[in-house]
Structures are given as C-alpha cells and as structure tokens.
Ligand binder design. Sequence first.
Ligand SMILES: C[S@@+](CC[C@H](N)C(=O)[O-])C[C@H]1O[C@@H](n2cnc3c(N)ncnc32)[C@H](O)[C@@H]1O
Length: 264
Amino acid sequence: MRPPRRPMGVVTRGTTNPNRLRRVDNWIAASCAGVLRDAVDPLVVDLGYGATPVTAVELRARLATAVRPDVRVVGLEIDPVRVAAAGYAADPPGLTFARGGFELAGLRPVLVRVFNVLRQYDEAQVADAWRTMADALAPDGLIVEGTCDELGRLATWLLVDRTGRPRSLTLAPRLGTLESPAALAERLPKALIHHNVPGTGVHALLRALEDGWRDAAPYATFGPRQRWLRTVEAVRAGGWPVLDRPARWRLGEITVPWPTVAPG
Ligand SMILES: C[S@@+](CC[C@H](N)C(=O)[O-])C[C@H]1O[C@@H](n2cnc3c(N)ncnc32)[C@H](O)[C@@H]1O
C-alpha cells in the first residue's frame, strides 16, 4: 500500500457564514445533478470548509433534498484543528470530516466544491491546484471553484472538468442588493481577478453587463429579476454565447463558456 500523501496546500483564513454558499449550492443541484445521479458512489468533497462546518452541513442537506438522499459529503480541511472542531456536526455516512488538501485525501469524488480557498493563493498556483484535484476525481467528475463575499451577495465560480481546465464561468449577484454588475469584479475567481483590464474577455463581459443593467433601468419597476433578465438578454443579443436557460437567468445568474473569458 502506498503511504498517504501529505495534504497539499496551506492553512488560510477560515472565514465562513451560514447560507453564504446557497447560490452555488443551488446551481450545483441543478447543473451537476446528472453526474451525481449517475454516480455509483455519490461522493462529494467540500474542500476547505473553514472555521466551522456550516457550509458543508448545508451542502449535504441541499443535495440530499434536491438530487439524491444517499449523497455522501466529506468536508476536507487542511487545518487539523478545524477538522477536530467539526466533529460535532458529523452524521455518517452522509456527512463526515477529515484532513486533506488539493490531493483530496485519497478520495475519488464525483464532485468537489472548493469555495473561497484559491482566493488566498497566488494566481500562479491555481492551474496546479485544478490539475491536482482533477486527477483525483471519479470518471466524469467535476469541480466547482469560486469566490463570494462574506454574506454570499456577490458570487462567481468556474466549472472545471477532469481535464483540469474550466468549462464555464458563472456570475451570481444577489439582485435585491445589486447596484451594478461592476461590483462582481472584486469577487472574481483567482484565475480572472487580476485580468479584469481593458482588452480582456472578462472585462468586456462586465462592461456588457454594466451597459445592459443601465439600459434596463426602466424595468426596475417590475423588480430586479426583470431588470437582470433584460440585462442578460441584451448581453446575449450583443453576441455573448450565454449558457443555461432563462429560468436560471431569472435567478440572477449568467454563465458563459470559459474560452470567452480565459486570460491570454
Ligand atoms: C475562507 S475559508 C472558506 C470556508 C468556506 N469554504 C466558505 O466559502 O465559506 C478557507 C479555508 O480553506 C482552507 N484551505 C486552504 N487551502 C486548503 C487546501 N489546499 N486544502 C484544504 N483546505 C484548505 C483553510 O484552512 C480555510 O479554513
């Protein structure tokens, strides 16, 4: 038997909050339901759950309710103190906690949610982290890697597949408190946040959203959802290959293929 690998990564700030990841969890339940339902072993890793296990508890509850009741979520943390502190919330076999890093502690999950983790690394480390996690995935496995603010009002994430490369970028602001889509710039995934400058795809996307949001201001009387829907329609009419259906746009999301925003 091979000796277990050392957890890959470093301990970082443990900030977390109840319901902070609600938007991405609901997106996972809708967009990744197929791989979870088809999986022989519906194993999901929540990598880097932070100072308290609350978002891992929520992920398990949401997936068990919306996708399959026998989902198994393993919260992995690189900080052994946080692993010990999460023990009270364990509910095996559906929810357990263990020490691990980007190598995923020898697990073969079909899905990894890794949120507000890579934000604290250097951009140069991101591709290696994706690759390491992707190598550990089950066949057809997926990684959802992203960032949000402390309360989850501004969230963005990438869907990364087994090649270790992203497929798509999703932006998900909470519409009730959104002043302008420009606010999303400060919460972009690490792979994009330093590339939001004129001439790049991500900059052009945020500009198109800002323009659309401004032009759709009259629809604010019908509520922020209508305004966002018009905004996404305008972005699409402008040539962006927006993914997903209007039902998801209405929730305050927009998803675009990775090549449209990939740096370089
Ligand atoms: C800001 S917290 C994020 C908590 C939660 N995911 C959220 O979004 O609310 C980041 C956590 O990731 C952990 N972490 C950092 N690098 C890691 C790695 N390579 N593997 C596992 N955990 C890691 C840190 O120890 C920290 O507890």
